[in-house]
Design a binder for this molecule. Structure first.
Ligand SMILES: [Zn+2]
Length: 201
């Protein structure tokens, strides 16, 4: 679940939306050419401008998606487990004394399995299939593409992309464009199976 905050002419409105609705919003933003960025908390921000019909001036509009539980700190071990689960085919296994996830050849112990579920980083369906939540995927994406500080006219993304520009503002805009393309590619890469899995909840 996410909270959707819409900034429109009349002010802000907010309400709860499902994962599949959040994905629909991201896909719609992509189709309309709106710039969207993943956020570290596992949400996204979608921004566009619209010409106000009264003043004929461009006005900024936005939709912010905030996960019900922020992704929070991900240590190396958690990230490694999420990466394995993200490959697909992970299963939640129940035995007499254990409830753990098996991802490939790796067994994620009961305690860590419980933490991943409690933090809403993974979801388990009624057949025991485990998937990353949309919030986890967005949070990982944002961590892979965080802008690091630098001199005014120089900016660097955590993926290694560096930008040198006449001003810090231009460098920042280039980096933002890069993050928007990264999210666009991510949204395009979401396959039908994943979209179906989040819709079936
Ligand atoms: Zn990057």
């Amino acid at each position: 679940m996410f909270t959707e905050t819409i900034v429109h002419a009349g002010g802000d409105s907010r309400g709860p939306v499902s994962e599949s609705h959040a994905l629909m919003l991201l896909r719609r933003a992509l189709n309309r050419g709106f710039g969207s960025e993943a956020t570290l908390n596992g949400g996204a921000s979608i921004r566009w401008t619209r010409i106000d019909l009264t003043t004929h001036q461009p006005v900024l509009r936005s939709i912010t998606l905030t996960p019900e539980m922020p992704v929070g700190t991900l240590d190396a071990s958690t990230r490694a487990h999420l990466a394995l689960i993200g490959l697909g085919d992970a299963r939640h296994v129940l035995t007499a004394d254990s409830r753990h996830i098996v991802a490939g050849d790796t067994v994620i112990p009961t305690g860590e399995t419980a933490r991943l579920r409690a933090r809403r980083l993974v979801a388990v369906d009624d057949r025991g299939r485990v998937r990353l939540t949309l919030a986890a995927r967005l949070g990982l994406l944002a961590r892979d593409h965080t802008q690091a500080g630098g001199p005014d006219s120089f900016a660097m993304c955590s993926c290694g992309l560096t930008t040198s520009a006449p001003s810090g503002e231009i460098a920042g805009n280039v980096q933002r464009g890069h993050r928007q393309r990264v999210l666009a590619r991510f949204v395009e890469s979401i396959d039908a199976a994943y979209a179906a899995a989040i819709s079936s909840r």
